[in-house]
Design a protein around this ligand. Sequence first.
Ligand code: 3HC
Length: 615
Amino acid sequence: MDQQAGPLRQERHGAVLVLVIDAPPVNALGHALRAALWQAIEVAEADATVGAVLIRAAGRTFPAGADISEFGQPPRAPQLPDLCDRIEACPKPVLAAIHGTALGGGLELALAAHARIARADAMLGLPEVTLGILPGAGGTQRVPRLIGAEQALRLMLTGKPVPAAEALALGLLDGVVEDGLEVAALRLAEGLVGRRLTATRDRREGMRDGAAYQAAVAAARLAQAGARLPAGARIVDCVEAAQLLPIEQGMVFERAAFADLVATPEAAGLRHAFFAERAAARFPEAKAEARPVAQLGVIGAAGSDLALLALQAGCPVVLVEPNRPQLVEALERIAAAQETAVQEGRLTPAARDADWERLTPALGAAALADSDLVLVADAGLLAEAAEAAPPGAVLALTGRGALPDSPRASDMIGLRLVGGRLAELAVGPQTAPEAVATARAVARRLGLLCLRAAAPGGIAGRVMLAGRAAVTHLLAQGEAPARVAGALRGFGLPQLAPEAAAEAPETGASAGRIIAQVLSAMANEGARLLERGIAQRASDIDFALVAGLGFPRWQGGPMFWADQRGLLILRRDLAEWGQEAPEIWAMAPLIADLAAQGGHFADHAAQAGSGQKDA
Ligand code: 3HC
């Protein structure tokens, strides 16, 4: 009989036991699922009527990896590497059927099976390096055995997934089907009943050319020399160990490297950044329907960068600027950016011409009559834009000010471009949820990441300014510019470093104090944004800094930095430095409150409105 409970369903099809992983949203290999898989394999092995096992997944994807939220907690048996070994040791053939994204531990699980088949649109990858770790469930040992060091290192060091066809060509897969994966996999599994397939650990296809293997390891090691994060070099060591050591020892080597890396502060920062990015995607307006946007209006020459992004995204744009010379300059800026793109081979001349044809320059706001969303890049032109734009059109203000009171307040939202990658959407009390959804959809169409703020917004910019003010103060107090620059570069914030100095990155005790002063100012400003409700959660502030202004991802963000150090320490420091320069370090009351409760900024996040993600 089929069993339907928990993260693993079991179905019997003749001699084939089908294990259907069902742990939404991404079938991450958390403890309950690992335990269920382990038990199912034990049962399959003991049951004489089972001739083969098929592992597939329900929902949108084959497991997208280990459960990242379990990292940093005490490991619970069965651990993923043991589960993979257990699957591989099963004397009955185990087949993995992959759809969606088989990533990290998900791919490692599939590699421990005896055969793999995937749907053509599946993607396979080992993105662990982006989390500051390495494939820790046998990936560094099994992958090079199948596909050699060069390709294994490419997968692990870039972290970029490859499509099924490429994975097949590399040797990670045994078959690819256009669709009908379930049926095809079942048929394949039936054909495997009674057969004994070579375990991946005993395969050597990727190791036949020993010299090429060593050369790939040496080249990768050279490329990793001087890298800021340790994971890359450890990946190279593990891949080298795969050639030099018997697999049992290679696995132990990998496990030790994984344990080291997962405990590093850099990995903790990268995990925080991962979850901060996903939390930021939760908008309270997620269920609201975006209004269709066929034409985008931009009013104000300063909006030329957004106009260019919209053109590149294939959107028809009306660019209005009543001042003729300024309009001409804006057009010249767009043309120059396109020319550069053509020269650098990023844009074909034909695509440039097509972009240009979609652009309608105009001197008068009347040209906005068909625009579904108008980016108002000059607050002085808002009244004209509001009058000219059709009813229901969203008015997105790109400036710093608060959203003005207006009969069209429900159509108004702030949309600020931060660092060319992030759109901060500042929502006013009267902004309609549909206007938020529309602005978000447009920003995404323009290739931007989005962060929701309450008007007037300006999260990333304000926090960065607070850091800059601290740097200016330190220099004014006589701190050597070279030392300040060295400290900030060492931390990964060269954009805050004073220009005059070009000293080597510094990480000593005085660097620690400089960093603490700058980061405390930033966290303090972040706390004010939380108090005022401008930022929804502390992790949103971190996301804004990382995504928009190049704050080092592995440092997590200023709020994460403060949480890691502890708010009691932040409170102590601010109490001292706030006397010296209250305009920079006078403590936000929220910090005192949280510190008094032994809390963290992250706790404040938990209390804030959570919202939902849309598709
Ligand atoms: N562990 C825990 N949660 C995860 C997760 C994981 N590996 N992957 C995704 N999630 C969660 C997200 O946090 C999010 O949760 P939320 O809805 O509560 O915010 C939810 O799943 C959906 O994720 P996305 O919003 O990212 O969904 P997308 O459809 O945009 O993307 C994805 C799907 C491509 C699978 C993307 O989630 C992703 O890249 N995930 C991480 C993949 C990864 O890094 N895997 C390696 C993990 S480390 C590992 O396996 C170690 C091993 O070697 C031992």
